[in-house]
Design a protein around this ligand. Structure first.
Ligand code: FAD
Length: 384
């Protein structure tokens, strides 16, 4: 392949890169080169079939598609249909399973009561810590709203395990974003369109990248072939922003996840796709059982697949979650200013924007980059 012939080069075949490549290929009828350093397309949404059980699973963590954004839905559903899966999370505490986020079932089960919705406020005001008048951090905010027992059971050690940070160092406002329900509603998401791609995420990416104008180069690091690309090619880069600038303002830090796969000789291990393990003594944070993501599939009854999830500090090889500390955000801001000065280069996606995006937000961002960036520049310059 003559990589020097492409006027559009997309770095990364995740959702950001694949959507932008599809738009360029179909709307501008231009050839696009997609460079991917992993051995597969799809970025962190990648799904595969486990050879022993035939169960479809998500290598980098369970992904549930959900959106209420009509534009995003109108775009993406041309490349996939979703199954009927509705996400529900459970939390295991002292060998008992609770609904999570906290709802009336959680409270009644935790306190062995039978409260009704209109009785919850009075009960909560009896258990919350009313001595904390101005909560200064996540822990104080939690205790002032739901009391010490619920906080320690479901939030304290889960947060420590997930982020390796003392919850007293996190802002109080983060706790306010977490849902608390006084009814029995168990849905995790309330979006209009939800589910899992019926044929898996990888099939969705194959469809996005199927345009004849798109060439995909796997197992290739952009930086190892950068010098051989066309000098004035338009670059859409969805890798880590600090790497793009050779870490000149310092390294951004990330959390990563590790998954321990196990096959069990039974039909169903935990009865749900995801269960949280918030206790301090248990080293993993969650167990995933991907067979539950596809209730429509006739999987084997002889075996099931589970994945234990561990949260770790990233050593630079597998960045998953940005850490929005003040220090990181200052470094990121300097890179962003530098990026804004570049011509013919768009840096974005969860690694480029150093921001957690849900999939629908990544698609929205990709469409925006194409429409307001690439398309506009192409019209102005007759080339990116
Ligand atoms: C554990 C986890 C669970 C999630 N669950 C959900 C969920 O349930 N629902 C939801 O809506 N969203 C979920 N998300 C978010 C979702 O994964 C992201 O929105 C999406 O993956 C972002 O796509 P992206 O293209 O920006 O990044 P990525 O998917 O990371 O793609 C970037 C790609 O660039 C490649 N790359 C990087 N550097 C280079 C280089 N130098 N050369 C070549 N290639 C390079 C990488 O290999 C990667 O393939 C989850 C995220 C995580 C981490």
């Amino acid at each position: 392949m003559d990589i020097n012939a492409f006027s559009y080069v997309v770095v990364g075949s995740g959702l950001l890169g694949s959507v932008v490549a599809e738009r360029i290929a179909s709307q501008l009828d231009s050839k696009v080169l997609v460079i991917e350093k992993r051995e597969h397309i799809g970025g962190n949404c990648y799904s595969e079939t486990d050879p022993d059980t035939g169960i479809e699973f998500h290598r980098y963590g369970t992904h549930i598609f959900h959106t209420s954004n009509e534009k995003v839905w109108n775009y993406i559903h041309r490349f996939t249909s979703l199954n009927t899966y509705r996400h529900q999370v459970l939390s295991s505490y002292k060998n008992k399973i609770y609904q999570f986020p906290i709802n009336l079932e959680t409270i009644n089960s935790f306190y062995n009561m039978n409260l009704r919705p209109f009785e919850v406020d009075e009960f909560m005001s009896a258990i919350r810590d009313r001595t904390i008048k101005e909560p200064a951090n996540f822990e104080e905010q939690a205790i002032s709203l739901i009391g010490k027992d619920l906080y320690e059971a479901f939030f304290k050690y889960y947060t420590i395990k997930q982020w390796q940070i003392d919850p007293r160092k996190l802002p109080a406002a983060i706790f306010n974003r977490l849902p608390f329900r006084k009814n029995y509603v168990e849905n995790y998401f309330f979006d209009q369109w939800q589910g899992i791609p019926e044929n898996g995420y990888t099939a969705l990416f194959q469809n996005l990248l199927s345009n004849k104008n798109i060439a995909v180069l796997l197992n290739t690091d952009f930086f190892s072939i950068r010098d051989r690309l066309k000098k004035d090619a338009c670059i859409i880069y969805s890798g880590p922003i600090d790497r793009f600038f050779d870490y000149k303002f310092g390294k951004l830090s990330w959390r990563t996840l590790q998954f321990e796969k196990e096959i069990l000789n039974m039909e169903d291990y935990q009865g749900n796709a995801v269960i949280n393990y918030p206790e301090q003594e248990i080293p993993y944070t969650r167990i995933h059982e991907p067979r539950h993501l596809h209730p429509e599939k006739n999987y084997t009854k002889e075996k099931t697949l589970i994945l234990r999830e561990y949260s770790l500090a990233d050593n630079g090889t597998a960045p998953f979650y940005p850490i929005a500390s003040r220090e990181n955000m200052e470094i990121f801001q300097r890179y962003r200013e530098e990026a804004a000065r570049l011509e013919n280069v768009f840096i974005s996606g969860r690694l480029g924007d150093y921001k957690y995006y849900d999939m629908h937000q990544t698609i929205e961002r990709a469409l925006e980059i194409f429409e307001t960036g690439i398309l506009t520049q192409t019209r102005l310059n007759n080339g990116c």
